[in-house]
Design a protein around this ligand. Structure first.
Ligand code: NAP
Length: 499
């Protein structure tokens, strides 16, 4: 049994960020556990062709680790992954990280006030880590969702999910089907279109895809970012404020976003000349209801003669092709599954078990995911969930939200240390009131009223993933640890006593 004060599960942006902030604030006794072989989380796993961030890099990076060397406004996966690893190295995170470790279970032990974390490693086998605090930094976009289509398991050609790209397969000249037209698919399709023989794009819902102001930074800009104090921060602030304006439309006044409809339609007209194809890819819901996608190359790719957009719905898959509901069979050599992730039903939730013996999945099964400030959950003492319920965004950088959570995390740890607190659990009533207010704000939002189905909603139809409104309000809400919302247990000279 390995004893640590804090165990962090996940070495992506949020887990690493937590580790760095812990170090900076004198909490050195922690261990990061990750099943991969490298830092980066989603930016390590998503290596599909065209993978890039649709938030500008100067904002999609840690405020405490600015990078003046971003090569372009919207960086590609390899550059982001390299940045993450450079930050990890600079902060010497390898010293406190175990890779190749699968966390199979994490159970709260009410007697010891500890989390017992079961882990397995291919070489060292099964063991346990015991921690006072568990930081769940598993990320909402890490468990690929495969479509529930009859026969798909029996397909005999190449088949893989966008987040598990098989680089050993050469798709040049092949007949390829892409299932899905979300954020990943619209980046993959333009990369594949020029090289494949034929591509069928299976679209269930046409997304809004707006032009992307992507360009390389000039030598002068790089020089300014490196040498003139404040220039990079100014650029970052400008990007931040421009993105925040969108949040007002998304949350309160969807009609403000009407110009985006025109921009989206113009993007379609520019890319596709065929009227039938144009009609197929024109969205039927309000912009912003699903994530707004950015691409200059998606529609031109769909417009190519060797690319068909199939909207008839998949009925089943045969060993050699896909049959749509109208009875048409299309033979293919490979299927790329770009159908997203288990977000509100992540398998990871089944393995975190709280004080009553219920897992997060069981606890949320009745009424959906909820947490207090996206971080702490009633019934799960001393668990801090990174990128938890109601922290997701549709308009700007998740790193901003992560850093807000990190402020809250550090203040929680300092408060606990100052007051000799060994057990912290958010009160059920505070969690309930907090989530009621989130749902009230969401009621006017485009996510609620925009006429679409999206992964932002859970099986009950509730939006449990998104932060509604300006991100600076979340920054304010997480500035200080509000201990009054929590039940705490303090160490006394003789024994622990409930306060
Ligand atoms: P996604 O946005 O959830 O898109 C999944 C796509 O698959 C949708 O078009 C969906 O159709 C379709 N689909 C799902 N099940 C299907 C089925 N059974 N049959 C046919 N089609 C099906 O997933 P994603 O593209 O992987 O992106 C997930 C999230 O990752 C994004 O929202 C974003 O937050 C993040 N991401 C970010 C970037 C970036 O640039 N920063 C890039 C990639 C991903 P419906 O629309 O009808 O559901």
């Amino acid at each position: 049994m390995n004893d640590v004060k804090i165990a962090i599960v996940g070495a992506g942006f949020s887990g690493m960020g937590a580790a760095i902030k812990l170090q900076q604030n004198g909490f050195e006794d922690f261990l990061i556990l990750d099943r991969g072989s490298d830092f980066g989380g989603t930016w390590r796993d998503n290596t599909y062709p065209g993978a890039a961030c649709d938030v500008p890099s100067h904002l999609y990076s840690y405020s405490f680790e600015l990078n003046p060397n971003w090569s372009r406004s919207f960086s590609k996966q390899a550059e982001i992954h390299a940045y993450i690893n450079a930050v990890a190295e600079k902060n010497e995170l390898h010293r406190r990280t175990k890779f190749g470790v699968e966390v199979t279970n994490a159970v709260w032990n009410e007697t010891d006030n500890r989390w017992i974390v079961d882990i397995t490693h291919p070489e060292t086998g099964a063991s346990q880590v015991r921690a006072e605090i568990l930081i769940g930094a598993i990320g909402p976009l890490c468990e690929p969702r495969l479509p529930d289509v009859t026969g798909i398991a029996d397909f005999e050609g190449e088949i893989f999910h966008s987040a598990r790209w098989n680089h050993d397969v050469d798709l040049t000249g092949k007949r390829v089907a892409v299932i899905g037209t979300g954020a990943s698919a619209i980046q993959i399709i333009p990369e594949l279109a020029p090289k494949i023989g034929h591509m069928d794009v299976y679209q269930r819902t046409a997304p809004w895809v707006l032009p992307r102001a992507d360009r390389e930074y000039t030598g002068l800009e790089h020089w300014l970012f490196r040498n003139v104090p404040g220039v990079q921060r100014l650029s970052r602030t400008g990007i931040y404020l421009a993105h925040e304006l969108v949040s007002y439309g998304l949350t309160h006044r969807p009609n403000v976003l009407r110009p985006a409809h025109a921009a989206g339609k113009a993007n379609i007209r520019r890319g596709i000349s065929d009227a039938v194809k144009r009609d197929k890819v024109t969205p039927k819901f309000k912009v912003g209801c699903k994530r707004i996608l950015l691409s200059n190359t998606y529609y031109p790719a769909l417009g190519q003669d060797n690319v068909d957009v199939i909207t008839d719905g998949i009925d089943h898959v045969t060993p050699t092709g896909i049959v749509t509901k109208d009875g048409v069979t299309r033979e293919v050599d490979a299927i790329v599954v770009a159908t997203g992730f288990h977000v509100t039903d992540s398998p990871g939730f089944e393995h975190i078990v709280g004080k009553d013996g219920d897992s997060l999945a069981q606890s949320w099964a009745k009424s959906g995911m909820k947490a207090y400030k996206g971080s702490m959950i009633h019934g799960f003492p001393n668990l801090f969930l990174m990128v938890g319920p109601a922290t997701g965004l549709g308009h700007t950088s998740m790193v901003f939200m992560i850093e807000s959570q990190l402020n809250y995390l550090v203040d929680f740890l300092k408060t606990a240390q100052r007051n000799d607190i060994t057990r912290t659990e958010v009160r059920a009533e505070d969690e309930k009131v907090y989530n009621k207010s989130i749902q009230k704000t969401l009621s006017t939002s485009v996510w609620e009223n925009g006429g679409c189905a999206s992964w932002y909603k859970d099986e009950f139809g509730n939006i449990t993933t998104l932060w509604p409104g300006f991100t600076f309000n979340y920054r304010k809400a997480t500035k200080n640890f509000d201990i009054a919302a929590y039940d705490t247990t303090r160490v006394t000279a003789t024994a622990d006593a409930k306060s």
